[in-house]
Design a binder for this molecule. Structure first.
Ligand code: IVH
Length: 685
């Protein structure tokens, strides 16, 4: 039967694509598509070939097991080929597999051994006389690369086989010569914590991070320097044992037990199942606990447990008939970037987000993925119109792992971060050395709730009752659109709010009223200027003595204030250059807030004050002073309070239940004051 030309063309295209992806995956360790998507291509080709057998070519990717060995390592033939597994993506396919086996093995009573499907790279370990002789990658399934020196650095692989538990005498593999020569197969993986640490380190040194733990493990196994491998903390889980070409135990379960008793890690979840219902339960249980595992898995493997029946079921050239991989919904997918938008978070931080063509991932439809920040956008070089690989990790928000630049077939404009806030039009500022750009308008609607909370907190304007829930209500109901609106609230509208009432409304208004006379430094701190904490606010207020003077100060004038460096000076100037912030301050002044330091100048610190220019660290609880009060006392006398003990600390004031700061002080020989000594130093308060 002639093959229709469009079918022929599709088959050619699929073969070309599959070969390319095999090369990228096996040789380059740099795949462009997810395993799931690869399997879909392979399946489509298999189906077309099944319908048009005449069009099958001997070099079709369906006719062989895997990829080709890379240069740089010797190769070695696998005595027993390392086959692949058939994949199932639904329980219906698991049922078909079961039905097929029941037809193939009629009237036999068999069980299934079900274990985790590890998402790493398979490895064959050859032991002779109990010693690790050779480690070989899967390669193309019949020949792999010899990576013994690298694999010897993997701590979870025993170099010598020893029974690690007693009473195993009765469980030696069948056959007298069996232990002379033995093959252990399993999966090499990079644990998730090692992966995260490795990528952090690579980012610091400017190297490209690995896209996922499997690529990192594959890349590591094939580096030519075993010392690098040793530093990368790989691990190994064993899943099969062969002596000669046989499984030496009557069941897979016993084989695994032997492996475990001889020092190998095996699947931490394992169950012998009699029927589909039990397999289904196992699949669900593992899915729920998957995120707590130290390594990545992508499914479970279902195997006939009885080895004699495995042999009877046999294998095709590609995979055994007695085993099946059930794969969880993919956590990676490829899709296209429709747009890149910039979101403004509660702190004013700008986050670029890719809007995507809808794609299904881990069972949900994904239309957006975070691009984190401007540097990440540059690193990825992502542009509107690009194809991207996205991934759902532990977090809820998927991220763009990489851009498939080869698929960019036209010039696309480079993405630029906006120079004004997309929410309020305010100025965007990115301090030097920071990855995040922020909107500097304290009044920006995206920041408003956070700004009010900061403004009202005890250490700032101290408006009791203006807590998180109330701030949300005020903003959500449109009663406060700008920060100064809190000074325009009316009693009736407040009283009408949920959980309020007249009395609370009156109390709140009284609090708001009394906040108008707070000292200037509290107001400066309350504005939420980046890098302006309580101490800096106090320095600014003392030095300039009025809000108008702080606002008018240029960079040089700010730098002239002791302890104010460039980062703070820049941040302050940028803040006060932003028109919406100036307008906000005018409105606060019009509402009657104190804008000068006159009434609030701290008790003048004399030059011989023992607190002057001394650095204090507070730890533990004082009897008669809150921490805030102690801090205010120290600062009013010209001292400063920092949070960590260092060589620059003059005194550690230790109250009851002091923490590790006290130990640190003793270690560094810093003077420690108890409460009484502190009071004496303060002149007997
Ligand atoms: S048994 C003949 N068990 O999955 C059966 N394989 O697509 C061969 N894999 O290359 C494999 N976890 O690297 C088996 N518990 C497990 C596995 C497992 C992961 C990998 C293995 C193989 C691939 C098959």
């Amino acid at each position: 039967m002639a093959v229709p030309p469009e079918i022929q063309a599709r088959m050619d295209e699929l073969r070309r694509e599959i070969r390319r992806h095999e090369y990228l995956y096996y040789v380059r360790d740099d795949p462009e598509i997810s395993d799931y998507e690869f399997d879909q291509l392979m399946r489509e080709l298999q189906q077309l070939e099944a319908h048009h057998p005449a069009a099958v070519t001997s070099d079709s990717p369906t006719r062989r097991v895997g990829g080709q060995p890379a240069d740089g390592f010797e190769t070695h033939a696998h005595h027993v080929p390392m086959l692949s597994l058939d994949n199932a993506y639904s329980l219906a396919e698991v049922r078909e597999f079961d039905a097929r086996l029941r037809r193939l093995l009629p009237a036999t009573d068999f069980t299934y051994a079900v274990e985790l499907k590890f998402d790493g790279l398979s490895m064959s370990l050859m032991y002779r006389d109990g010693l690790l002789e050779r480690a070989v990658t899967r390669g193309d399934g019949s020949r792999g690369e010899v990576v013994t020196a690298n694999i010897r650095t993997v701590r979870s692989i025993p170099l010598r086989l020893e029974a690690r538990s007693t009473n195993t005498a009765a469980e030696q593999p069948a056959g007298a010569a069996a232990t002379d020569s033995l093959v252990v197969r399993g999966e090499i993986l990079m644990p998730l914590d090692s992966f995260a640490a490795l990528n952090r380190q690579r980012k610091e040194t400017g190297e490209a991070p690995f896209a996922n733990p499997r690529n990192a493990a594959a890349g590591t196994v094939r580096t030519l320097d075993p010392r690098i491998v040793a530093s990368r903390k790989l691990t190994f889980y064993a899943y099969s044992l062969l002596t000669g070409d046989r499984m030496p135990f009557p069941t897979h379960a016993e084989g695994l037990r032997w492996l475990s008793q001889h020092g190998f890690k095996i699947s931490p979840f394992f169950r012998v199942c009699r029927d589909i219902a039990a397999i289904e339960a196992f699949i669900h249980e593992v899915a729920e606990r998957r995120d707590a595992l130290p390594v990545e898995i992508d499914g479970v493997v279902i195997k006939i447990n009885e080895t004699a029946l495995q042999r009877r079921a046999g294998a095709t050239s590609k995979s055994p008939r007695w085993a099946l991989a059930y794969k969880y919904p993919a956590r990676q997918a490829t899709t296209r970037v429709r747009d890149i938008v910039v979101q403004v978070g509660r702190t004013g931080a700008l986050t670029p987000v890719a809007e995507l063509e809808a794609v299904s991932l881990s069972g949900s439809t994904i239309q957006r993925a975070t691009l984190h920040n401007e540097d990440e956008v540059r690193r990825l070089d992502v542009r509107v119109g690009d194809w991207v690989l996205i991934e759902k990790g532990g977090d809820v928000i998927p991220k763009v792992v990489k851009v498939l630049h080869q698929r960019r077939d036209e010039e696309l404009p480079v993405f630029e971060m906006p120079d004004a806030c997309p929410v309020c039009g305010g100025r965007i500022y990115r301090p030097e050395g920071e990855a995040v750009s922020r909107c500097v308008s304290a009044d920006c609607p995206a920041r408003l709730k956070g700004s009010i909370r900061h403004f009202a907190q005890r250490r700032a304007m101290d408006i009791e009752g203006l807590g998180e829930a109330l701030v949300s209500q005020l903003v959500d109901q449109g009663m406060v659109r700008h920060l100064p609106d809190i000074y325009r609230l009316a009693e009736e509208e407040l009283a009408a709010l949920e959980r309020m009432g007249e009395k609370s409304a009156r109390n709140l208004l009284a609090e708001i009223e009394s906040s108008k006379s707070r000292p200037l430094h509290r107001l400066v701190f309350g504005l939420g200027i980046r890098y302006v904490g309580e101490r800096t606010a106090r320095l600014l207020a003392e030095h300039f003595a009025s809000m108008a003077a702080v606002m008018a100060a240029d960079r040089e004038e700010l730098l002239a204030v002791s302890e104010i460096g460039e980062v703070i000076a820049d941040s302050v100037t940028v803040f006060f250059q932003e028109p919406s912030n100036r307008e906000m301050i005018h409105q606060l002044a019009a509402a009657g807030l104190n804008m000068t330091a006159a009434a609030t100048a701290p008790a003048a610190a004399t030059t011989d004050d023992p607190f002057r220019d001394k650095t204090f660290v507070l730890t533990g609880t004082l009897r008669g002073l809150t921490r805030e009060e102690a801090k205010a006392l120290i600062e009013s006398r010209g001292g400063r309070v920092t949070s960590a003990v260092s060589g620059k600390t003059d005194y550690v004031v230790a109250g009851a239940d002091p923490g590790s700061k006290l130990d640190k002080a003793r270690q560094l020989g810093v003077a420690v004051l108890d409460e009484d000594a502190f009071r004496r130093l303060a002149g007997g308060i």
